[in-house]
Ligand binder design. Structure first.
Ligand code: F3S
Length: 66
């Protein structure tokens, strides 16, 4: 599974980095996904972060999707 942050949507609220610091990190006012592939143990919190992002800026892609 992969996660990406749409920098055009991110409002910099930082919820994602609080919930799932294994995947998300702030770069100034914007978050980015610091890993290419989400570690298995972080998949749950990564999904939570995507759901709770108020800007809906986090996209989750399951492996095998094209
Ligand atoms: Fe941005 Fe959403 Fe994270 S607004 S900082 S991607 S929780």
């Amino acid at each position: 599974m992969r996660a990406t942050v749409d920098k055009g949507l991110c409002a910099g609220c930082g919820i994602c980095t609080d919930i799932c610091p294994e995947v998300f990190e702030m770069d100034g006012d914007l978050a980015f996904a610091k890993v290419d592939k989400v570690p298995a143990e972080a998949e749950g919190t990564c999904r939570d972060a995507a759901q709770q992002c108020p800007a809906e800026a986090i996209m989750i892609t399951e492996d095998g999707d094209c």
